[in-house]
Design a protein. Structure first.
Length: 95
């Protein structure tokens, strides 16, 4: 019996909601199109588990920024390469 590449590499193909709900790290690598604009928005942030790390390696517009800010307001910490900040502390960086 011939295995698919996914089976050979122990990769499980899942739908987006399953991926969002079960991942510790999510990286986004898609082109910006009508279908991917705001691919990550309120509904998707609500599905993500606590502590997830989201890295958008794609174009702006894939992640709905107002939805991101709303989601960040509901978590305790914001992690950056320069340290850990609470959401309230980030307001000092607004210019």
């Amino acid at each position: 019996m011939t295995q698919t590449p996914e089976q050979q590499d122990s990769i499980e193909v899942v739908d987006l909601n399953t991926l969002l709900a079960s991942s510790d790290f999510i990286t986004v690598h898609v082109p910006l199109t009508d279908e991917t604009n705001h691919l990550i928005s309120d509904k998707q942030f609500a599905i993500m588990k606590n502590g997830v790390r989201l890295l958008n390696c794609a174009r702006g517009g894939i992640v709905d920024e107002p939805a991101l800010i709303k989601a960040l307001e509901t978590v305790i910490d914001w992690y950056t390469p320069h340290g850990t900040y609470t959401f309230d502390e980030l307001e000092q960086f607004d210019a």
